[in-house]
Design a protein around this ligand. Structure first.
Ligand code: FES
Length: 142
């Protein structure tokens, strides 16, 4: 929507110019947005840029961001922030992702806590390469 576009435009432009991931805070709940490097089905961000509460990572051309965070056991979890009910963007709120459209809620691993959504969020495999966290966009599964 227009609000999301206006909020993300400076981040996307800056990231494109620098060719590197760029950290920016949005007004929406203080969640960090990162612009990744990459292409060809992968996107990379520096592990040091992923804050404790996670970040929304969105490259040019992506309809919805990926919510990337480090779990309690140290493993990274990458979830497509696209509600499986009708496609709105759930926002990280405390220990869950809450969809603003019809109230679905997911836990931080993508499982449904509250409907109307019935399917979990799409989860992508993640690998660590040097100081980078690589999200493998072709390997998404529910
Ligand atoms: Fe998310 Fe309907 S689109 S609850």
């Amino acid at each position: 929507n227009r609000r999301d576009f206006v909020l993300r435009l400076p981040v996307i432009s800056t990231g494109a110019l620098l060719g590197a991931s760029t950290l920016s805070l949005t007004a929406c709940g203080g969640v960090a947005y990162l612009v990744p490097r990459g292409g060809d089905g992968e996107m990379a961000v520096a592990a040091s840029e992923v804050p404790e509460g996670g970040a929304l990572v969105q490259g040019p051309g992506m309809e919805r961001p990926v919510y990337l965070r480090r779990d309690d056991d140290g493993a990274y979890v990458a979830l497509l922030a696209r509600c499986t009910h009708r496609g709105c963007q759930p926002d990280p709120v405390g220990d869950r992702l809450v969809c603003p459209c019809h109230g679905s809620e997911y836990d931080l691993k993508g499982s449904v806590l509250q409907g109307p959504a019935e399917e979990p969020l799409t989860r992508y495999p993640v690998r660590i390469q040097g100081n980078d966290v690589i999200v493998l966009l072709r390997g998404g599964a529910r």
